[in-house]
Design a protein around this ligand. Structure first.
Ligand code: NOJ
Length: 525
């Protein structure tokens, strides 16, 4: 079970309104008690935070807002003492425009070796006034920005995130060195950001309407596999081999699985599952699709309900069309938080019962909803700004956590300081969702997560590989894991429980021997 920490929003030890590594250190016992095996930290490196840290200025330094390298080393060691491993984020596609390499590239001018580490190109049009291609950025808008001497540089994300040229030997060498830097500090693995995007077609064609697998100018190019084989060799060179986890958004499952071959990455996030609506047919299909994709390469499946880029499950599943994973599509979709929470509880038991690795994004174990009414002037996400304000962006799932029922920042920061949290927490309801309140409530979302994670460890069936579907009606998902059955009712009426000897855990009270709508149960047969 891997718990994702967004350091900016987890716990603020020094009261400056931004979460920090010493804040995480004080909360390690909480994570141990939750049942966490590893923490994945979104980027904690020196960064102007133009994209929440995914604009790295220096991989070998911690951003002063988060602490120091010594804090990181202490955190890694203290977590390890509690049996918790650390995974750090590596962002190969781009660096910050404040990175030394990019500053040198700007200073050195066209045709310089410094520019060759990036993608500087002349523009089209009579005076080079048009960008080299019409590619569309993942954050809306174009992918090229012009510099004063007239050249354009490529950025698939924000202009503050110039793309690296992976044909350049310095880029390869540097990243392998960064891996070693963190592995040498006891880090157990890396999460590879935007892992299917770093390699570009150097001819820079437009994106064709249709193309063969591997034929897109900047997604899923075959050359990527050589890069990750090199990284795997670095990971395998340690006495306790390190792991690579890919952020790979690809619809084609054969292409997806290629990244998980035995000499490449160990696993990758399951976005297919995450993006499916609350619908039995959809989820059954995704689970089967996932297991089928992973089996041939022998990689463990992963189960992901959310992360720092998508709408919180309580909110998402509370919408009539719960396939709206991204905030951009949320306008005009009324949300029923009560049903969203019931479904998110059931989804937690569903994912925790499936074979493979489970990822939990901070705050999902508290059932936090998306904060949908952040004041416009508080928003920080470049996705919002680059969409011209059309997309609300991802800030709503990044609001600082509530640790206590009351207090200035609900225990996120110390009460004595007066700096506001970097994103405002909702005045109503946030404290009621705090760790303090849920800790002593056996019916809380937190209690459910803890109970599920205890069983996930103690039940041999849940640790193993065995998985088989049970025959059910259409709106019900049911499967066995040896002698444990997981059953989820996605319909609208209660359904009879399958035969069992013992009820291990339920997401809500049973109606006699019936499982209510939007609920899940773990049973022993
Ligand atoms: C994926 C990360 O999860 C997201 O937060 C970031 O904005 C992009 N990659 C660009 O690095």
């Amino acid at each position: 079970m891997i718990y994702q920490i967004y350091p900016r929003s987890f716990a603020d030890s020094n009261g400056d309104g931004t979460g920090d590594l010493n804040g995480v250190r004080t909360r390690l016992p909480y994570l141990r008690d939750l049942g966490v095996d590893a923490i994945w930290f979104t980027p904690w490196y020196a960064s102007p935070l133009a994209d929440g840290g995914y604009d790295v200025a220096d991989y070998r330094a911690i951003d002063p807002a988060f602490g120091t390298l010594a804090d990181a080393e202490a955190l890694i060691a203290e977590a390890a003492d509690l049996g918790i491993r650390t995974i750090v984020d590596v962002v190969p596609n781009h660096v910050s425009s404040e990175h030394e390499w990019f500053k040198a590239a700007l200073a050195a001018g066209p045709g310089s070796p410094e520019r060759a580490r990036f993608w500087f190109r002349e523009g089209r049009g009579e005076h080079g006034e048009l960008p080299p291609t019409d590619w569309v950025s993942s954050f809306a808008g174009g992918t090229w920005t012009r510099v004063p001497d007239g050249q354009w540089y490529l950025h698939l994300f924000a202009a503050e995130q110039p793309d690296l040229n992976w044909n350049h030997p310095d880029v390869r060498r540097e990243h392998e060195d960064v891996l070693r830097f963190w592995f040498d500090r006891g880090v157990a693995g890396i999460r590879v950001d935007s892992a299917s995007m770093p390699v570009k077609d150097p001819a820079f064609p437009e994106v064709p309407e249709t193309y063969e697998a591997g034929g897109h100018p900047f997604i899923d190019r075959d050359e990527l596999h050589g890069i990750y084989r090199g990284w795997r060799a670095v990971a395998d060179s340690y006495e306790e081999p390190r792991v690579l986890v890919g952020e790979i958004w690809l619809d084609d499952r054969q292409r997806f699985a290629r990244y998980l071959r035995p000499d490449e990455m160990h696993s990758a996030f399951n976005f297919d599952f995450m993006a499916r609506p609350w619908d039995a047919k959809e989820l059954r299909e995704s689970i089967q699709y996932t297991l089928d994709a992973h089996a041939p390469v022998g990689a463990p499946a992963t189960w992901v309900l959310s992360n720092h880029d998508v709408t919180r499950p309580v909110t998402r599943y509370g919408r009539a069309d719960s396939s709206f994973t991204f905030a951009a599509k949320r306008f005009g979709t009324p949300t029923d938080l009560a049903s969203g929470e019931r479904r998110a509880r059931a989804a937690a038991l569903l994912t925790a019962a499936l074979p493979g690795a489970l990822y939990v994004y901070q705050g999902d174990e508290l059932g936090l909803p998306e904060v949908e009414d952040l004041p416009l002037d508080a928003l920080q996400d470049p996705m919002h700004f680059r969409s011209g304000g059309v997309d609300p962006g991802r800030d709503g799932c990044r609001v600082p956590l509530p640790w206590t029922r009351s207090g200035r920042t609900f225990g996120f920061g110390p009460d004595e300081s007066d700096a506001p949290a970097w994103l405002p927490q909702p005045a109503a309801g946030w404290g009621e969702r705090s760790v303090e309140v849920q800790d002593s409530d056996p019916r809380s979302v937190l209690a459910l997560y803890r109970a599920a994670l205890v069983l996930r460890r103690s039940e041999a069936a849940l640790r193993g590989e065995d998985f088989a579907w049970l025959d059910t009606t259409e709106a019900v998902l049911a499967f066995t894991r040896d002698d444990v059955v997981c059953v989820v009712n996605l319909g609208t009426a209660p359904v009879p429980l399958p035969d069992h000897r013992e009820v291990l855990l339920t997401s809500t009270d049973l109606h006699g021997d019936h499982l209510p709508a939007d609920a899940a149960a773990w049973l022993r047969t």
